[in-house]
Design a protein around this ligand. Structure first.
Ligand code: ADP
Ligand code: F6P
Length: 455
């Protein structure tokens, strides 16, 4: 079978998977089982971007990475990727910063990626490019005479035309997506948004429900939801529930129910609304005071982006406010940690938590929702509270679905979850377990690669 070439901004080979919080590395695990070249950024910043990759050859997996130059890190990663495209695709125009020099840096870095990758490619490779950092990469590779099949997968939401309108270079960005043979999205809604944008900005014509004709090219758009390896995660959760950390956690709870939230510290995750909702829980339902503890693990992320610095400041303050208002001398209602923890440890915490809180204002999929379900003990499962704006909500409708903009509704949902009868918890959990197993990481990889290999 043809070699698979995976390209993503972050490269996280299996041994380093614990280092950075984020969904992409988790989802790609299955794809790494065959003959694979994985190319991307080393995570290191140098004076200039190098176009000579550092190559580490393994038995089946070869990893090739390049360092980013200071200016490219600033304009490509901090700037256009995470200060323009990220807020745009998460429907947050109020947080969008656009600078022409950032866009130029984004294009230049994509050219550098192409220049470094092209010499490593073989004519029969299948190339699978990931996420918003690398939208123009297919076009850049084609300029290096690379005519292989190329697929793109967007791990985050795709914006509708009314939002895309705010992007000064919308035509170029959307047209670049039409340089791929297959473009994959998390949900049907994202796919529809892309198709509408392709018509409006790239002059594409719809030739069927999932194909477009753009210039001389035909592009296939597919919705294939990302998942996790639920059985492996369930095993990790079970194993971790016997660990010394799990024991410490139980001792610290002294019989109180645990609510858990695990996210990157990102404004798309709805953390400020979540803290506000938790505070309302005690105003509206005082019977829960002293009876619950909420652990929020918020891994610091993109710390050079100003909006993330502002969010951290807001959350630090809000956490102090909640605890200052409700704490007792022997009870801290909100435990807030701004670092990442090993996934195995998180798995154990999910399993012991009565409530999993996943309340993004907008999210491509949200793998934490799936991990929380996979970790549950089917005899006495916890309850998932899930935002209707997470891609996961398209199929996980047996969670308690909330609107994250309504803190009262979140507080009511927490109360409902904390008091839900066992039979209802079991029934919801059973339905959700089925979904999480059907929409697995393996199925996502197989279906995506089948689409790509068939074109
Ligand atoms: P995103 O890709 O936007 O970060 P997802 O929920 O899809 O969001 O994926 C996040 C992944 O990163 C999950 O596998 C989750 O377990 C992991 N993760 C999130 N927050 C943390 C954290 N604080 N510590 C360790 N891992 C985390
Ligand atoms: O899809 C979301 C995403 O950009 C992933 O590509 C990545 O795993 C995660 O967020 C973390 O982001 P960063 O690479 O900026 O640390």
């Amino acid at each position: 079978m043809a070699r698979l070439v995976i390209v993503s901004n972050r490269v996280a080979p299996p041994s380093e998977r614990q280092q950075k919080a984020g969904g992409l590395a988790v989802a790609l695990k299955e794809a790494l089982k065959g003959d694979v070249l994985w190319f991307g950024w080393s995570g290191q910043i140098a004076k200039e971007t190098s176009t000579t990759p550092t190559i580490t050859e393994g038995k089946r997996l070869t990893v090739a990475t390049i360092d980013l130059g200071e200016q490219d890190y600033k304009h490509f990663y901090v700037g256009f990727s995470n200060s323009t495209l990220w807020p745009l695709f998460h429907f947050r125009l109020g947080l969008l910063d656009f600078l022409r020099e950032d866009y130029q840096g984004y294009l230049k870095t994509n050219e550098d990626f192409a220049a470094a990758l092209a010499p490593l490619l073989r004519p029969d490779d299948v190339i699978w490019i990931h996420d918003y950092h690398l939208i123009p990469l297919a076009a850049a590779l084609r300029r290096h005479n690379q005519m292989q099949r190329m697929g793109f997968y967007l791990h985050i939401p795709f914006a509708p035309t009314a939002i895309m309108d705010a992007l000064p270079c919308a035509e170029e960005i959307v047209s670049s997506l039409c340089d791929y043979d297959v473009v994959g999205f998390q949900t049907e809604a994202d796919k529809r948004n892309f198709m509408a944008c392709a018509v409006q900005y790239a002059g594409a014509e719809l030739t069927s429900d999932h194909t477009l004709s753009a210039g001389k090219r035909s592009v296939r758009a597919v919705a294939i939801p990302v998942g996790i390896d639920a059985d492996a995660f369930a095993k990790a959760a079970e194993a971790s529930s016997g660990s010394k950390e799990a024991k410490r956690m139980q001792e610290s709870l002294v019989g109180r129910k645990l609510i858990v939230g695990v996210d990157r510290l990102d404004y798309s995750k709805g953390l400020t609304n979540r803290f506000e909702a938790y505070s309302r829980l005690f105003d509206r339902f005082p019977q829960h005071r002293l009876k619950v503890s909420y652990l929020q693990v918020a891994a610091r992320s993109r710390e050079d982006v100003i909006r993330y610095q502002n969010l951290k400041r807001d959350l630090d303050r809000l956490c102090g406010k909640v605890n200052g208002k409700f704490a007792e001398f022997d009870w801290v209602p909100l435990r807030y940690m701004t670092r990442s923890l090993p996934r195995s440890l998180l798995a154990g915490f999910y399993r012991s938590a009565h409530v999993g809180l996943v309340t993004p204002l907008r999210d491509g999929m949200n793998l934490v929702a799936k991990e929380y379900i996979a970790a549950q003990n089917e005899e006495d499962p916890g309850v998932l509270i899930l935002s209707k704006f997470a891609g996961a909500a398209e199929s996980m409708d047996q969670a308690i679905i909330i609107n994250p903009y309504d803190p009262d509704q979140i507080a009511e949902a927490i109360h409902q979850a904390l008091t839900m009868p066992l039979g209802e918890r079991q029934a919801r959990n059973k339905a959700l377990q089925t979904i999480v197993r059907e929409q697995s990481a393996g199925a996502w990889c197989r279906n995506s690669l089948m689409e790509l290999r068939a074109c």
